[in-house]
Write a protein that binds this ligand. Sequence first.
Ligand code: DX5
Ligand code: ZN
Length: 217
Amino acid sequence: MTVRVAPSILSADFANLTESIRTVETADLLHVDVMDGHFVPNITIGQPVVRSLRKATHLPLDVHLMIDNPSLYIEDFAEAGSSIITVHAEVSCHLHRLLNSIRDAGCSPGVALCPATPAVMIEHIIHMVDLVLVMTVNPGFGGQDFIPEMVTKIRQVREMIDRTGREIDLQVDGGINDVTAPIAVQAGANVLVAGSYIFESPDPAERLQRLRAARRV
Ligand code: DX5
Ligand code: ZN
């Protein structure tokens, strides 16, 4: 399975985003963390930044919404230029409708699971998404340690995906580095999000290549 890498701009220099992005232009996706200070205890960026990023890079924008009431903002993020919009399973009791609205807005729908949320939560909607994001840290901040118990969940989600017979990406996000990437890939992940590991290096492109070399054995 080909491993794809999505650098998270959360760890980039927000005052020099264009320059930071240029260092990772060989990536597969650009991961954009949107936080509202309600669903997670941190505030980051919104649609205006996504709109500007759309003009600054050719990379598909992989928008990770860590916000309450995401249904209010799907149209805006789609119109701003998102390619993938990932919403958290925990925020909506109308996930089916929410995922449909992302597809209807012309984007690829993704669904994310916090560390405490069981894989079974997405059993009845997994066939609707193009991507499942297994959070390997509690969402909200970069630079946290990978939670080893999530390896079991990655395996479970990979089995669920395989049962659908559809091509659905399995993304992991949080604490991904050259030690944890092979563990996640071995368990079934094929899209690796990494923020601090990539952007806190003097050579982000080299870090990106190292992650891409993680193999499922
Ligand atoms: C955390 C975000 C991540 C974050 C990962 O809530 O969803 O995308 O940027 O950062 P690292 O790779 O430093 O753990
Ligand atoms: Zn993220």
